[in-house]
Write a protein that binds this ligand. Structure first.
Ligand code: CP
Ligand code: NVA
Length: 302
């Protein structure tokens, strides 16, 4: 059974094919002629954390593909009352065709996938956000072209998005420069494994120098709300603002998975400026994930 828990669950070729297929889905969306799948498939979506983009893109995507998505929050299901994730996976596998899970610890999506007999998609964990990478790479391909050999700057927290960028740099062959405070470096194992393409930079400025893409994310992720004030102080030198963008390649893009905190990790001017592609990036979640759903369902059917 194929799952999408990490970027490395796809080969480079598969990842790039999904990006291309996502672009076809976007073209269909723009023309109004939407292609559906051969059957009315159902997705179970489990959100243990908040979501706007992931929730809406998967639900709208399933509807556009001629299927249906069921939103399950732990508050309303037996998961929230302690039913094991393994049992939930086995039950859902009898009723739906595909599962999407957003949760805290990464091992929960792994346990779900081990017990499910249908594909499982990681809709974000504390460790990785691989669905966002499909949309980011889709957006780069659309605006610039091939990302292989290009330089990307990650500035801010060494969080789930940063870890996903390290994996994607290694999968697709771009160079990633990471500028994070010492206290908030990316996952050690992921960085060590990705060292061929991902390196730590001395400062936000050093990371941005000549980069073709500058990326950041919130300073306090979901589950870290208590640390917000302390993090704001520590992360101050890591704001992506016009001075930082001026160091990047003149045609550099700016991306942020959103939601954004204007005046913290990114200035208003950059977020709303001409190099920012964040609205397209968000919109492409829909098209990229339709390609992912189609790929995983086709693989499951053999
Ligand atoms: N970027 C992203 O995953 O957004 P949501 O938290 O709104 O789903
Ligand atoms: N790093 C953020 C991403 C939100 C889409 C978080 O985990 O909260």
């Amino acid at each position: 059974m194929r799952h999408y828990l990490s970027e490395f669950d796809l080969t480079k070729e598969e990842f790039l094919n999904l990006v291309e297929r996502g672009r076809e889905y976007r073209a269909q969306w723009e023309s109004g002629a939407l292609e559906t799948l051969d059957k009315p498939y159902t997705m179970a979506m489990i959100f243990e954390k908040s979501s706007t983009r992931t929730r809406v893109s998967f639900e709208a995507g399933m509807a556009q593909l001629g299927g249906h998505a069921i939103n399950l929050s732990p508050r309303d299901t037996q998961l929230g009352r302690g039913e094991p994730v393994e049992d939930t996976a086995r039950v859902l596998s009898q009723m739906v065709d595909i599962i999407m899970l957003r949760t805290f610890s990464h091992d929960i999506v792994e346990r779900m996938a081990e017990s499910a007999t249908i594909p499982v998609i990681n809709g974000l964990t504390d460790l990785l956000h691989p669905c966002q990478m499909l949309a980011d790479m889709h957006t780069f391909a659309e605006r610039v072209g091939d990302i292989e050999g290009k330089t990307v700057a990650w500035i801010g927290d060494g969080n789930n998005m940063c870890n996903s960028y390290i994996n994607t740099a290694n999968l697709l062959g771009f160079d990633l420069r990471i500028a994070c405070p010492d206290e908030h470096q990316p996952d050690e194992v992921i960085l060590e494994r990705g060292a061929a393409r991902a390196t730590l930079a001395e400062s936000a400025q050093a990371a941005a120098e000549g980069a073709h893409l500058v990326v950041t994310d919130v300073w306090a992720s979901m589950g870290q709300e208590d640390e917000q004030a302390a993090r704001e102080l520590l992360f101050k030198p890591y704001q992506v603002n016009e001075e930082i963008m001026a160091l990047a390649d003149p045609d550099a893009l700016f991306m942020h998975c959103l939601p954004a905190h204007r005046g913290e990790e990114v200035s208003e001017e950059v977020l709303e400026g001409p190099q920012s592609v964040v609205w397209d990036e968000a919109g492409n979640r829909l098209h990229a994930q339709k390609a992912l759903i189609e790929f995983l369902l086709n693989a499951a059917e053999g």
